[in-house]
Design a binder for this molecule. Structure first.
Ligand code: HEM
Ligand SMILES: [Cu+2]
Length: 554
């Protein structure tokens, strides 16, 4: 870190736009590459969701063929998880923010970082190409024997895609782990680190431990599919339950890979806009570690109805419920942070507070399905679909939007339009709840998930869900227009528009290629809002808008 002498700020060239289409090793460029690529896949995954919901608007299977329905929801889920939420939160925000927040000039392994990103575009194109041969249709869980019986070519592409995306994820996790542990400025101990970095530490550990198991399962499934081995195929004496164990050993922790970084973003955003110190810094930091450890030992709660013996179901039920403790600690700390604060209700803060409340709904239905008797009742019903969307959409996606509004000025040097931001927020919040709240009821009444046709008695609520989903889809329009327009011609942002105290706000917006002229020294804790020291600190960071810097983005 010391050998590279950063050029003086006035001479710094900010990344020319062509860099964004090249094999750049700058963590900020890679971060934005991840964010933009994944957002495109969010739109594609969302389009598939709308097709699914349109089919479900009526009880009969009249909009698409039944087989097509299976392909649509399989690819919807696959894209949302592997190409939108995980790459955005870890690759996108992690890359852009972690080095800036710890005062480093780049990630520990810049080339590995670029390789991890560049695995994604060709893999995602490969996955989309499977639509030409009939894509995977056995759900994103791809359980054998079903997955060995449906679209063979599509399934093979799916397996290869998951292995490649897993490889990218492992590379990224390794890089973050080393970066956070080894690249901090000397004056920053782990306990001075912004909470987003703690969250990324916990997430990276999960990526390293859990993802290889998924790859293993995929290799064996691939053999069964293409070579005719019988690891999982019961017809030849294989055991499909072993697949479920391997799959969920990854995929349960994967839900924490999809939520811990969002927790981290929220822990940064709430104190800034409430102008209060975060409540319980250490409790939030260590609870991330606790969640990732507990997350690794509860996978079989997805297998309560797979013939798991009673005594073992008991263990997994209790262990799962224990996760509510560290999670609850976080929620209480966020509420206490906002409580009595001087709230700035900008779009970032609105999404941030909505994140907390929507995640609580998903968390509570999570505790409910963790209970064996209740799970037996609602297993494979729309209750589960409601639960998972409250966590993944109300949680991860709301967290991503909060993060995008909060750091957009830092990333682009331009401010987003607040009016359209609030329109976007209102439409998302209302559309989301109209779409997913009724699914709890549908599930309790017994409507199965993964079906194109259903009993007409469920018709009314399904119409409500579908209307909600159209509002939700429309809500992305004000966001996309706002983001594109503001990036090109929005008002200039100074280096610290929200008066934040973490290190990324001490450098110009957008940050120069080398981030810091010289190693920054910690002048103030990351959350010391409301103290006289904070006022001095903020005054020192309020540089005028970087005219030269932002111009070169046009
Ligand atoms: C525009 C918003 C969305 C809508 C309208 C929507 C709707 C749906 C629908 C209707 C299904 C099919 C359920 C079934 O047939 O069983 C589904 C499945 C799924 N969705 Fe979404 N979704 C949306 C966003 C998301 C997001 C952001 C994620 C984030 C990761 C996500 C993850 C999933 C998953 C994992 C499944 C599979 C559930 C299963 O296996 O049954 N969805 N979604
Ligand atoms: Cu789980």
């Amino acid at each position: 870190m010391t050998e590279a002498q950063a050029p003086h700020l006035e001479e710094v060239e900010v990344t020319p736009w062509r860099e964004y289409f090249s094999f750049s090793t700058d963590h900020k460029v890679i971060g934005i590459q991840y964010l933009v690529t994944s957002f495109v896949f969010y739109l594609i995954g969302g389009l598939l969701a709308e097709l699914v919901r349109t089919e479900l608007a009526t009880p009969a299977s009249d909009f698409v063929q039944r087989e097509t329905y299976n392909e649509l929801f399989t690819m919807h889920a696959t894209i949302m998880i592997f190409l939108w939420i995980i790459p955005t939160l870890t690759g996108g925000f992690g890359n852009f923010l972690v080095p800036l927040m710890i005062g480093a000039r780049d990630m520990a392994f810049p080339k590995l970082n670029a390789i991890a990103f560049w695995i994604i575009p060709p893999t995602s194109i490969l996955l989309l190409c499977s639509f030409f041969v009939g894509p995977a249709a056995a759900g994103w869980t791809s359980y054998p024997p079903l997955s060995l019986m449906t679209n063979k070519a599509g399934e093979a592409i799916w397996i290869l895609g998951v292995i490649l995306l897993g490889t990218s994820s492992i590379m990224a996790g390794l890089n973050f782990l080393v970066t956070i542990l080894k690249m901090r400025i000397p004056s920053m101990t782990l306990n001075d680190m912004p909470l987003f970095c703690w969250a990324m530490l916990a997430t990276s550990a999960l990526q390293l431990v859990a993802t290889p198991v998924l790859s293993g399962a995929m290799v064996l499934l691939g053999f069964d599919l293409l070579v005719g081995t019988n690891f999982f195929n019961p017809a030849g004496g294989g055991d499909p339950i072993v697949y479920q164990h391997m799959f969920w050993f990854y995929s349960h922790p994967a839900v924490y890979i999809m939520i811990l970084p969002a927790f981290g973003l929220i822990s940064e955003i709430l104190p800034v806009h409430a102008r209060k110190p975060i409540f319980g810094y250490q409790a939030i930091a260590y609870s991330s570690i606790a969640i990732s450890f507990l997350g690794l030992i509860v996978w079989a709660h997805h297998m309560f109805t797979s013939g798991t013996p009673d005594w073992l179901r008991m263990f997994f039920m209790i262990a799962t419920m224990v996760i509510a403790v560290p999670t609850g600690i976080k929620v209480f700390s966020w509420v206490a942070t906002v409580w009595g604060g001087k709230l700035n209700l900008c779009s970032a803060m609105l999404f941030g507070m909505a994140f907390v409340s929507m995640f609580v709904v998903g968390g509570l239905s999570g505790v409910m399905v963790a209970s064996v008797p209740f799970d037996i009742h609602v297993h494979d019903t729309y209750f589960v679909v409601a639960h998972l969307h409250y966590v993944l959409f109300g949680g991860s996606v709301f967290g991503i939007y909060a993060g995008l509004y909060h750091w957009f000025p830092k990333m682009t040097g331009r401010m987003l339009n607040e009016f359209w931001g609030k329109v976007h927020f209102a439409m998302t919040f209302v559309g989301f709840n109209i779409c997913f709240l009724p699914m709890h009821v549908l599930g309790l009444q017994g409507m199965n998930r993964r079906i194109a046709e259903y009993d007409p008695k469920f018709a009314a609520l399904n119409v409500v869900c579908t209307i909600g989903s159209y509002i939700l889809a429309t809500s992305t329009i004000p966001f996309v227009v706002n983001a594109v327009w503001s990036w090109l011609a929005g008002p200039r942002a100074n280096s610290n528009p929200w008066k934040g105290l973490t290190l990324e706000w001490t450098v110009p917006s957008p940050p120069p290629v080398e981030n810091f002229e010289e190693d920054p020294v910690l002048a103030i804790g990351p959350y010391d809002y409301g103290t006289p020291k904070a006022l001095d600190f903020v005054a020192a960071t309020l540089a005028p808008a970087p005219a030269l810097a932002a111009d070169s983005l046009e």
